[in-house]
Ligand binder design. Structure first.
Ligand code: SF4
Ligand code: SF4
Length: 104
């Protein structure tokens, strides 16, 4: 059998234009992030939804896949967020502020 004939069909990539064009989430239901963080996070990202322009950079770049789409905006699953700050760094409109735990 020719393995080249069995390759999945190549689909042309189109830049997503709306939040609905992205998949439901970057997380999986179980088996990957199985433990909640243990309380060692010192800063947490807080999203100002009035400033957010829905570019989804944070959603794409979060290394833990804990940013999810919520009512046409993005939200953070704090049970798993590590507080690394990547999302805040990638947000071009500064909609994400890293706030010290307990000071929000
Ligand atoms: S702080 Fe890090 S882990 Fe938490 S949501 Fe942002 S990118 Fe993801
Ligand atoms: S990167 Fe900023 S503007 Fe883009 S979706 Fe995230 S919070 Fe909103």
């Amino acid at each position: 059998m020719n393995y080249k004939e069995n390759r999945p069909k190549i689909i042309e990539f189109k830049n997503p234009e709306h939040i609905d064009d992205f998949p439901v989430g970057t997380t999986v239901p179980s088996g990957q992030l199985v433990k909640k963080n243990s309380g060692w996070r010192t800063f947490k990202p807080v999203i100002n939804k009035d400033v957010c322009v829905n570019c989804l950079n944070c959603y794409i770049f979060c290394p833990d896949g804990v940013i999810y789409k919520s009512e046409n905006k993005v939200d953070v699953d704090y049970d798993f967020c590590k507080g690394c700050g990547v999302c805040a760094n990638e947000c071009r409109v500064n909609a994400i502020t890293m706030v010290k735990e307990g000071e929000e």
